[in-house]
Design a protein around this ligand. Sequence first.
Ligand code: ING
Length: 329
Amino acid sequence: MNRAITVAAAQLGPIGRDEKREAVVDRLVALLHDAHRRGAELVVYPELALTTFFPRWWTEPLAEADHWFETEMPGPATKPLFEEAAALGVGFFLGYAELTPDGHRYNSAVLVERDGSTVATFRKVHIPGHERHEPWRPFQHLERYYFEPGPDGFGVWDAFGGSVGMMICNDRRWPETYRVMGLQGVELILCGYNTPVHYAPDPSQDALQAFHNHLVMQAGAYQNGTWVVASAKGGVEEGVDSLAQSAVIAPSGLIVAQAFTAGDEVVVAECDLDWCDHYKKTLFDFARYRRPEVYGAICEPRGGRESESAGGEPTAAAAAGASGPEAAP
Ligand code: ING
C-alpha cells in the first residue's frame, strides 16, 4: 500500500487593506471545509494569508506596521481555524507576518498536523524587494524593510506520513532551496506566495511571471524527486494584479492540478509519496551521482563576482545613473 496524502492548495483571492482578520479566517475556514469535503488531509494556504500584502506600502516608523503582524500563533483571530481543522482532522500550512516577543519580524509559516499539534514554524529565507521608500515604483515591495531573513534555513520534518519541507514565495526561485531540502530527503514541499505580475526593476519579466512561477517549482520538484504544493494569493489586490496559478506538482515535474481562477479556490490532488523514489533512487541518486567536491563555489559569499549594487534590487534611478535618495540600494 503506497504512502499517499491528499493535499489541497487553498488559493486566496485579494484581501483588502481594511479586511478584518476574523473575516479572512472565515474565508480560510470555508476553504478548509471545501478541501475536507474533497478528501484533503492537508491544506496549504498562501504567504501572509491573514492580511493584504502590506509590504506594498511604506510605513514609518516601523512600529506603526505592528498591526499587520501576529504576536502569537494561534491568536484570538486564528484560534477558530486551528479548532475547526483539528475537529475535521485536517492539517494545514499558514503563512503570516510574525513579530516575536524579542522584537524580530519574519515572513513566516506554521505547519499544523491533523491532530492540531504544531509541527514547526518556518521563516522565509530569501527576502526580495528593497529596504527603503522608493516612490518611483507604481507599488513598492518593501519586504526587506519589514522582515529579517529567516535564521534557520530550510528544514524537513516527519509529518503526514512523510518528509515535509516548507518555503515561502521568493524562496521558490532559488535552486538551493530545493536541494538543501532534497539532501534531507524531502518528499513534499509546501509553499505560499504573493507575486505581483508587474516587476518594476524589469517590466520585461511581467509577461513571463506565470512561466517563471511554474518553471522554478517544476524544476525543483523534478531535480529533487519531491512533490511541491504551492498556493497563491491572486487577483487584483489593492490595485496590484497578483499571479494566481496555484498548483500541485509531482516529482516528475508535471503539474497534476492547477487553479483556474484568481480567487478563493481549492485545488486537490493525491500525492503518492512513494513516487518520489522513481527519481531519488535513479537519476537523482545523490549519494551515487553528486559531485560536492567540485561544487564549492555554490557556498561562496553572496553574489559570486563583485556585484555593483550594495544589495537589494537595482533601482530604476540608479540604473539611469541618477544620484540622490532614489538611488539608495
Ligand atoms: N514576491 C515575489 C516573488 O518572488 C517578486 C517577489 C515578484 C520577484 C515579481 C520577482 C518578480 O514571487 C514575494 N513575496 O517574494
